[in-house]
Design a protein. Sequence first.
Length: 365
Amino acid sequence: MKFALSLNMERFSPDATMAETMSNMLALARMADEGGFETLWTPEHHTIECTISPNPFQTLTWLAQHTSRVRLGTGTLVAPYWSPIRLAGEAALCDHLTNGRLEFGIARGAYQYEFDRMAGGMPQQEGGAYMRELVPAVMKLWAGDYAHDGHRWKFPLAAAVPKPLQKPHPRVWIAARDPDTFDWAVGIGASILSTPLSAPVAEIGVLADKFNKACADHPERPRPRFMMQRRTCVYDRKDDWERMVRYSVDYGRYFENLMQNIGTVKDGFPEGVPFEAVANRGNYNPAALRDNLVFGTPDEVIPKLEVYEAAGVDQFCLGLTYNLPFEIQARALRLFIDEVMPHFAAREAAAEREVARPHLAAVGA
């Protein structure tokens, strides 16, 4: 199992400057690159200071100038905000500007607050239909001349300019939680981004079952990759858990504001809605979050991650941006790199030796 990091620029107060916010994100990105992370993911959001990323291609191009190895992914683009020709061209140019490190992740979208401003107020649940028309059109534009006559977009013969650097194109990832999206994504040859959100650990197996069924139902496709993301915090002392989880609990009130569009947003800063207005309040219980999410000391986090590995997850993504102070983010990432990742690297090396042993024995014979 490989590891990824989800990052975005976040401000929860006008007292935090953009210069400081950018500097903090860049420092974490460099740590991840030097520490052996496989991918950095950054989202698309608009008009919201706690997730500053109006065009993730710009952010990834910037990060590419300061990193050397880590893959750079859109985690995720919001399908209804794009047209096929524009998206195909911008993604392909980003692939060149990142020297072929782009990972193309896309979703239907989540925040109703944004949809009211970016998509004419349509219900965010309808974003899936846009994604299913958009992604195949983008892939065809990457391949060459293509004319489109769909429900949402129509255009005469055109091609992506430029074409992607990676051939045939960057890996496509689809954000999925429901079985139909898993099935559609695997059917078009895409990999899967998923998250159990704040649900109990059993949800990992539920999502893995959906992935495995989609793979079994599409034997014509090679098995794609499977990523899961959870909020994560690694800390030095077990007694630190309550303080760290509190940040996640508080962040949930901002998340619910934007998801349900039930609070106010002033000058780009969402208010935290009262817990009485939060859906699924049980998911915000501090002890439950400690157990469900990847919170703990390195010794506590390792067995939690082994559950994802056993479920067939190819890449586990740390979610570190939920209003954690920068010094806590940096310490969590350092502990993960120094004390958690070596455990899995050693297991991978041992597995590779086991695979190689029969071959070596045959050669010796």
